[in-house]
Design a binder for this molecule. Structure first.
Ligand code: SF4
Length: 732
């Protein structure tokens, strides 16, 4: 039905929900958003969109939005509304007091991929230039940090090699640990279009997702591997490529380090990676591994797209290296239709990686230990900077528990809900003397905060996002910020309160500063983006309107050559036991966005009102569980309950759920294991048990059972879970 309200104004902006980065025409009537129309000139979406970008915008005006800054002395007290100046001064005094008592390194910050490039850049500037240390991290730590590590090590840059439209020239598409139909729907449609046109499709995923099978689309090879065996299977695919001499020797000799190739070929070519050896480990038919390898290597254009199913493992970085190695060996880089492409989850994960919100690198992935690089930032910012890399987010929590870390600035993140092993996170947060949360809503983390700064949504501010294809897109203010300040203005306010004088007239000046300090962004400006629509980095004097395809002539490494990393398979320490005989893996659904802070406050919740546990018919029957029953899900870390759905999408031995609803508290269950190189949590593999919740009625874990009245827990005496202190009442 047509929207009866006639808009009086429109603005073209960018969806913040996922890494596709769709452009929309946002229409307003008397200062309120009435319609979001996919923008036909959007270079990432060409007029297409999904139900999140199109319909899930009402959250910006939801009654739960906090509209005034708030402070409190301790987390057991109620909140008090204050002015912005009072909030900034309170936070500044607390942070300075902590540093005088415990040292300069006792505070830090974390930024979010929901924020713009300009806000992410400013947050790391706050930490480096004002806090005086490098204790800055961002939420890519818990999703795509292995991408930066693994792709940088092999092909030079931790970013997608292609633009989305490149897939229309792919002959073979390999999707690894991703479900673009749900997670990146507009790109997912493009992928399906190419498959319908005749491209072959290989999918590595424990589940039978819509990408594997949906109307008119069926994967040619589906490797439904056991969670935790990615590296074994990818090495086995490489084994076939090496032993059957399917690699592109001319490409490797001309563009890569040949000696490193030989070392790698010797490793993956060994008998222990033969499909006949790996098949039983991964629960696969060896013939399917061989088919996948032959198909990928045959191309002629083969493209890899991957997601968190690769990165969120204890060998996440190794898995990414496997993909870099494979594409180099087969010569699948440097032209249209090929490449290795991480599908970034949130709207600005790529920007979060590019803009220096890491403890060891400045924007542009340049090390804080490099005197020349650090000197360029010192000259621009007018202060001496710390040359020692700082703490990663999990290390900040660990240090809080040992008494060395006492204060944190958290912009747009909800680590209590989103980080693994929730009990550990809560214990660490409870130890801190000053937690400043900047967000739209009082999220779970705000329970442990002393200062709440009401942030602005992407609809209320100016800036840029960098999508999964490296595309920098304009975010334009559609409505005024409900609490009065855009997020970048809030960070500037805190910087000034802490004694660092800082001023920008508008967000475009922050992008100008980014361009001065970050080589790949050198040519970017609001003026350019307003003129050309959007541009993919690197954008500089050699590519004034950006670069669609990377690695055409050389790789961005010192010698210009790609290289091969050794990728020995090391099984995760997370193993099934008699007590926890199933493997839990997690993912997301089309209508909801990550931890659901925004989408749960829109009508999209009609499509997905609770997280569901998918379980095979065999595993359900063995436990007396029927479709729709409530089930206890327990691991050695904790337990929670959710509704079970009997599904053919998961194999026996594997269960699956999403993590969009705070009350489900899936991260009470997930393990504390993480990637060996980057600390990215192993969300995708947790040994669990599932049990029927019998009718009768209590919740030993303190959860509200309003939705599920009349249901009670079985005896899970070994399970532990975290309590939920922290009062959220507000006194105006
Ligand atoms: S969620 Fe992703 S695919 Fe959907 S409209 Fe937004 S950017 Fe596009």
């Amino acid at each position: 039905m047509a929207n009866p309200i006639k808009p009086d104004r429109s603005v073209v902006t960018t969806c913040a929900y996922c890494g596709v980065g769709c452009n929309f025409k946002a229409e307003t009537h008397q200062g309120r958003i009435v319609r979001m129309t996919p923008w036909k000139d959007g270079k990432a979406n060409h007029g297409h969109s999904c139900i999140k970008g199109r319909f899930a915008f009402d959250y910006y005006n939801h009654a739960d939005r906090i509209r005034k800054p708030m402070i409190r002395d301790s987390i057991s007290e109620v909140w008090h509304e204050v002015t912005w100046e009072q909030a900034f001064d309170f936070a500044a005094q607390r942070f300075r007091r902590i540093q005088s008592r415990y040292g300069r390194q006792a505070i830090g910050g974390v930024s979010s991929s929901r924020c713009t490039n300009e806000e992410i850049f400013l947050t790391q500037k706050l930490v480096r230039a004002v806090f005086g240390n490098n204790n800055i991290d961002n939420c890519a730590r818990i999703c795509h940090s292995p991408t930066q590590f693994g792709l940088s090590a092999t092909v030079g840059w931790g970013a997608a090699s292609q633009h989305f439209d490149s897939i229309l020239q792919a002959d073979v598409i390999m999707v690894v640990g991703a479900n673009p139909t749900e997670g990146h729907p507009v790109f997912g449609s493009l992928l399906k279009r190419r498959v319908r046109q005749g491209a072959k499709l290989i999918v590595l995923d424990p589940r039978q997702t819509e990408t594997v099978r949906s109307p008119h689309v069926r994967a040619d090879v589906h490797l439904a591997l056991r969670p935790g065996t990615n590296v074994a299977v990818l090495d086995s695919i490489a084994h076939v490529v090496v032993r059957e001499k399917l690699y592109n020797e001319a490409f490797v000799r001309e563009r890569c380090e040949w000696e490193e190739f030989e070392h790698w070929a010797e490793l993956v070519g060994s008998d222990r990676y033969a499909p006949e050896a790996i098949g039983p480990v991964a629960g696969l038919d060896p013939a399917d591994i061989r088919r996948a390898a032959r198909l990928y290597a045959s191309g002629p254009n083969s493209a890899i797209y991957y997601g968190l199913g690769v990165t969120e493992h204890s060998q996440g970085s190794t898995g990414v290296m496997c993909l870099g190695n494979l594409s180099l060996a087969c010569g699948m880089l440097g032209r249209e239709g090929v490449g290795v492409n991480p599908l970034r989850g949130q709207g600005n994960v790529q920007g979060g990686s590019c803009l220096g919100s890491w403890p060891h690198v400045f924007s542009g992935y340049r090390f804080v230990t490099d005197d020349e690089v650090r000197g360029s930032f010192e000259a621009e910012w007018g202060v001496a900077l710390d040359a020692e890399p700082g703490l990663r987010l999990p290390n900040m929590f660990d240090a809080a528990l040992t008494g060395h870390f006492r204060g944190m600035f958290i912009m747009g993140e909800d680590p209590v809900q989103s980080d693994p092993n929730q009990g550990h996170t809560i214990a660490a947060m409870s130890e801190m003397e000053c937690v400043v949360v900047q967000d739209l809503f009082l999220n779970e983390t705000a329970r442990y905060a002393h200062v709440f700064l009401p942030g602005s949504s992407s609809l209320e501010k100016d800036g840029t996002f960098t999508g999964a294809e490296r595309r920098v897109n304009r975010v334009r203010k559609v409505v005024e910020p409900l609490a009065g300040l855009q997020d970048w203005e809030i960070v500037v306010g805190l910087m000034n309160a802490m004694g660092y004088k800082c001023h920008y007239d508008h967000a475009g000046q922050i992008l100008d500063e980014i361009a001065r300090l970050s080589p790949a962004y050198r040519g970017l400006s609001f003026e350019l983006l307003d003129r050309v629509g959007s541009a993919q980095w690197p954008c500089d004097e050699h590519a004034p309107e950006g670069t669609e395809v990377l690695h055409r002539e050389r790789f961005p490494r010192a010698n210009g050559r790609g290289t091969f990393m050794l990728t020995e398979y090391v099984p995760t320490r997370e193993r099934v036991t008699d007590q926890h005989p199933l493997l839990l893996t997690t993912g997301r659904i089309l209508s909801q966005y990550n931890v659901g802070t925004q989408t749960r406050r829109t009508a999209n919740s009609r499509w997905h009102s609770e997280d569901i546990l998918e379980i095979s018919a065999e595993d359900a029957a063995a436990r007396g569980i029927k479709d729709g029953d409530m089930a206890w899900l327990s691991s050695r870390f904790g337990a929670t309950q959710l509704r079970a759905r009997i599904s053919q999408r998961v194999n026996p031995g594997t269960v699956y759920t999403t993590f969009h609803h705070a009350e489900t508290r899936v991260n009470v269950v997930t393990s504390d294991l993480s990637d060996w190189a980057t600390n990215c949590p192993e969300y995708k593999v947790t040994a669990v048990e599932v049990a029927l919740v019998k009718p009768a009625g209590f919740d030993e874990y303190g959860r509200s059972l309003d939705r599920h009245a009349g249901l009670a827990a079985p005896d899970l005496s070994t399970a532990t879970t975290a309590s939920h202190p922290g009062r959220q009442e507000v006194h105006a």
